[in-house]
Design a protein around this ligand. Sequence first.
Ligand SMILES: [Zn+2]
Length: 144
Amino acid sequence: MTRALALLLLTGCATVSGVVESAIPGERFEPPAHYEALWREVHADLGREPGDFARVRWYQVPGACLAVEHVEIDGEPHEVCTRATTYSDGRVGPPVIVLAGESVTDDGTVRHEMLHVVIGMLAGHGHPLFESERYRSNFSSEGR
Ligand SMILES: [Zn+2]
């Protein structure tokens, strides 16, 4: 019996600290104008005054995933697609967010990475806002 590869695409989100700019993948881009409104939304959700949006550096890598990891969940093979990575939350140098090209237009992913920057990425995914629909990728069946 052949077991078909489950096509469920989970979304991974990685955070990496203390990286030099030359090690950041992809091309830097100017954020679309509406990102600043998303930035204000994330701060409002946290009850904070908006931080300095212009400090955030944005990079994109063409494609749907920055990386694909093959994992087994309950004995079934799955692919985990990393759609974005926060490289710095701004404590050391400017905040750096890298998005897979497909996710540049996905507000959920953008809010998710902004939340890592605003609360400090060492906090991981413990904050309840990460469970909100608005902080999830539209491209993922699991929404992470
Ligand atoms: Zn994340």
